[in-house]
Each structure stands twice: as structure tokens, then as C-alpha cells.
Design a protein around this ligand. Structure first.
Ligand SMILES: [Zn+2]
Length: 210
């Protein structure tokens, strides 16, 4: 363990959740947030705010931890040779990210499919790849493309499809204040550029199991 690293742990239902922080970064970010509190007219010394700069710094570090993770490596860690060559769809993956223009959250769902070409990947790795790219400052369009490109370049499937539907707090809470508008983005490669395959994917992600 490096001396720059600090751990917060919390026990819940027998599991221990451990958050890891770089203490040097936390201290630096917290110092700036104390200034920000003053700049907006607050008193950083009042009781409710004393620990706020440190909490915000830790939250921010968590929300941007994707910078330190190699998404391709996440996929490579669970790739298996397999003959299966039908569409694999993982839908309703929760997405939480932050827009790079306002540093406000955007969140929603991602639906991802690929058509194996000799290799499949452990299913849990697809949501992990979404997280690696989402836990950075983003725009939804780039996030969609980065997920597509990572799966295409690493797994080399016959095609990749990514559809993402998100609500943006910078639209809902400020600016145009449109609370219920959802932004949809999509990105396709290979076989999904074919109308029939793409329609099947879109049908599968809108179908329900009951
Ligand atoms: Zn924004």
C-alpha cells in the first residue's frame, strides 16, 4: 500500500465496501472547495460545512476514477474462445457520468450488443467497460463511441451496437430547465450497419420479458 493511499471502509450486510483515495489529491481538491464555498457566500467554518470540502473531494475522486483504468484490459481479462455467433445483448445497464461542460451529472441506461467472431467476453465486463468510460468527464456522444470502439478493437466481433438514453442535469436544473427530456445516442459497427441486424437489436432492447 502506498502512503498516498487512504481507505474508507463500511460494513453492510456482511460485505465490506472499501473506497480508495489518493490523499494528496483529496487535500488539494478540498483546499479549492473551501475557496469555492467562500466564493458563493458560504461560511466553510459552520458546522454542516466543516467536512464538506473533504467529502466533495472524495466524491469527485470516485466519480472520475475511470481515468486510472484501462477498459481494454478489463475486457481482455475475461475473453474466451467460443463458437457462438449469434447476437449477445446486455440491456438496461445503469450509467452515471458527469458532463464535461458543467461538471453536472447525466445518467440513464446503455444497451449494448455484439456478434462474436471467435471470442466471447464475461458478461459482467460489458457494464464494467461502460463504467470505466462513464467515470470521467464526458459528453454522451463521445462516451457512446468510446464504448463501441473499445469493444470492437479488443474483442474484434462481427459488429458492436451501443444505444444510450440519458437525462442531463445541466438541462434539467439550469439552462432550458427541461426536466423530462432524454438524449439518445447510438453507435454501430460491422453487421449492425445492416438494417435487418440493427432492427433486430432495436427490437430486442425494447422487448420486455413478460
Ligand atoms: Zn452540461
Amino acid at each position: 500500500m502506498s502512503n498516498l493511499t487512504d481507505f474508507d471502509s463500511e460494513e453492510q450486510d456482511g460485505y465490506i465496501k472499501i473506497d480508495q483515495y489518493n490523499t494528496k489529491h483529496v487535500d488539494r481538491i478540498a483546499t479549492y472547495y473551501k475557496d469555492i464555498l467562500e466564493a458563493i457566500g458560504e461560511d466553510p467554518k459552520r458546522e454542516g460545512l466543516i467536512k464538506t470540502p473533504e467529502r466533495v473531494a472524495k466524491a469527485l475522486q470516485f466519480l472520475t476514477h475511470g481515468y486510472d483504468i484501462d477498459a481494454a484490459q478489463v475486457l481482455r481479462s475475461a475473453m474466451f474462445e467460443e463458437d457462438y455467433s449469434q447476437m449477445v445483448v446486455v440491456k438496461d445497464i445503469e450509467v452515471y457520468s458527469m458532463c464535461e461542460h458543467h461538471m453536472l451529472p447525466f445518467f440513464g441506461k446503455a444497451h449494448i450488443a455484439y456478434i462474436p467472431n471467435g471470442h466471447i467476453v464475461g458478461l459482467s465486463k460489458i457494464p464494467r467497460v461502460v463504467d470505466v468510460f462513464a467515470r470521467r468527464l464526458q459528453v454522451q456522444e463521445r462516451l457512446t463511441n468510446e464504448i463501441r470502439d473499445c469493444i470492437q478493437d479488443t474483442l474484434n466481433p462481427a459488429g458492436v451496437a451501443v444505444v444510450m438514453e440519458c437525462k442531463h442535469m445541466c438541462m434539467a436544473m439550469r439552462g432550458v430547465q427541461k426536466q423530462n427530456s432524454v438524449t439518445t445516442t447510438s453507435a454501430f459497427t460491422g453487421a449492425f450497419q445492416n438494417d435487418v441486424t440493427r432492427s433486430e437489436f432495436l427490437r430486442l432492447i425494447t422487448a420486455s420479458l413478460d
